[in-house]
Design a protein around this ligand. Structure first.
Ligand SMILES: C[S@@+](CC[C@H](N)C(=O)[O-])C[C@H]1O[C@@H](n2cnc3c(N)ncnc32)[C@H](O)[C@@H]1O
Length: 454
């Protein structure tokens, strides 16, 4: 086709057509093709054939909804949750777990080959989860105040509330807190309460409740807190978090303790951790142990190395690395998380760590400019991956190994390709399933510095 010749889009809005699904995307949608033109349809998988209505048409792809399933692809099962398909939380409940793992492995392979340009056989067998339900240690539930107060999840890609009674992915103690909170909702006045966030430590069995409000004025919080405490004996902490922003992250930067402890006490392996309301922690504690073991093995430490743990959160990976390294620097931009990290180092009597508050894309270039020597850099960025400045600074610092922990195969593969252009090569790619029933997949990659020929 000539360069300037526009390709005709072969589907129309609201058109109904039959499609065979052959692919699966990074956002959990099946892919069918019309004359080679991709149509993405949620809740379909490769092997399905179905009748589809086109809902959105773009230059290079269209998106449709499944109207009628005509043939079932391998691994299809009945979803267990009554709001599956309405609430935006799960994308793969209609697929058995074996097939979920195959699809996720393929997602990683597709990204590594198509975006990264690396061979597929770098990708190792995925580490599946033993517990595929009730694994989440954190639940974030939005509220709606339309006449009556309701709690649930937002419908995928919207701010429309889908009320729920419980969630099959949440730990039992979080569902218990949700049930108790629901029974109180009719007593709440006004619409200041935007979200309820519940956290649990399965190890210590303690729980935390966070009332996320639009502004500070929430006098009812005291009475609501008293009610929760009476009904849920293992509740250890109740915090009000203020987030005036209508969109974006659920939690704001300002919190006050309404009752109990400032942080949630948690444990992993033989380490103890304090987790404050605002801090990030991995949501699947059992699989986190496997993920961190992989990251640690990839780091290949002997006790002599200086290591950087970028995007360190409350310092979980940092402290594990520190026990096998000479010195570890953690970098994280949430000050409360760094406070937790410092407290956690002290609590576990680990002295060979230093934590820096700041954006990795600003701190790492400064470290590179100071010619700080480091043998290993671990990065665990959010879904958007590393900023180009971070990749550039890593290449300048020239560690022997870069361990990349990622929750998004597409940005991972993009960043690996850039690192490969800077003298690094991927040794292996290890997917870990941290999020059964969803399309999300975590991956650990070991990148090694290519030795220059003399
Ligand atoms: C995927 S989490 C990983 C946290 C930690 N490694 C763990 O396993 O719990 C990413 C962390 O990076 C932090 N973060 C996101 N963007 C950042 C940035 N530009 N600079 C520094 N930290 C950032 C987040 O607050 C979060 O704690």
């Amino acid at each position: 086709m000539g360069k300037n010749k526009k390709r005709k889009v072969p589907v129309d809005l609201d058109q109904e057509l039959e499609l065979s699904f052959t692919g699966f995307t990074n956002s959990g949608e099946g892919v069918g093709r019309v004359e080679g033109f991709a149509v993405f349809v949620p809740y379909t998988i490769p092997g399905d054939r179905g009748r589809v209505r086109i809902k959105e048409v773009k230059k290079n792809f269209a998106r449709g909804e499944l109207v009628d399933l005509l043939e079932e692809g391998p691994g299809r099962i009945e979803p267990v949750c009554p709001v599956y398909g309405y609430c935006g939380g799960c994308q793969l409940q209609h697929v058995d777990y074996k097939r979920q793992l195959e699809l996720k492995t393929q997602l990683v392979k597709d990204a590594i080959t198509r975006i990264g340009g690396f061979p597929a056989d770098l990708v190792r067998e995925i580490k599946g989860a033993a517990k595929i339900w009730n694994y989440r240690n954190r639940g974030q539930f939005p509220l709606a105040h339309n006449g009556s107060n309701q709690i649930g999840f937002f419908k995928a890609g919207s701010h429309q509330l889908v009320p729920i009674e419980n969630c099959f992915l949440q730990h039992e103690k979080i569902n218990q807190l949700l049930e108790v909170a629901r029974s109180y909702l009719s007593r709440l006045k006004g619409n200041n309460l935007k979200h309820l966030v519940f956290k649990v430590s399965p190890e210590t069995e303690k729980t935390m409740a966070v009332f996320v409000t639009q502004n500070e004025n929430f006098p009812e919080g005291e009475e609501f807190a008293l009610f929760l405490r009476e009904q849920v004996p293992d509740l250890a902490s109740i915090v009000q978090n203020i987030n005036p922003k209508p969109y974006g992250p659920v939690l704001g930067r300002k919190s006050r303790v309404i009752w109990g402890e400032e942080s949630l006490e948690d444990k992993m392996n033989d380490l103890e951790f304090s987790v404050s309301a605002e801090s990030f922690t991995q949501v699947n504690p059992e699989q986190t142990k496997i993920l961190y073991k992989e990251a640690l093995e990839a780091a290949g430490l002997t006790g002599k190395e200086t290591v950087i743990d970028a995007y360190c959160g409350i310092g979980t990976i940092t402290l594990l690395l520190a026990r096998q390294a000479k010195m570890v620097y953690g970098i994280e931009f949430i000050p409360e998380a760094i406070e937790d990290a410092r407290e956690n180092a002290e609590k576990n009597r680990i002295g060979n760590v230093d934590f820096v508050v700041g954006k990795v894309e600003e701190v790492l270039p400064r470290m590179a400019a100071k010619e700080i020597r480091t043998e290993v850099i671990v990065v665990d960025p959010p879904r958007k991956g590393c900023e180009p400045e971070v990749l550039q600074a890593m290449a300048e610092m020239g560690p022997e190994r870069i361990v990349y922990v990622s929750c998004n195969p597409a940005t991972l593969a993009r960043d690996l390709k850039l690192l490969a252009g800077q003298g690094y090569e991927p040794k292996y790619v290890q997917p870990v399933d941290m999020f059964p029933q969803t399309h999300h997949v975590e991956t650990v990659v070991l990148m090694s510095k290519i030795e220059k020929q003399a």
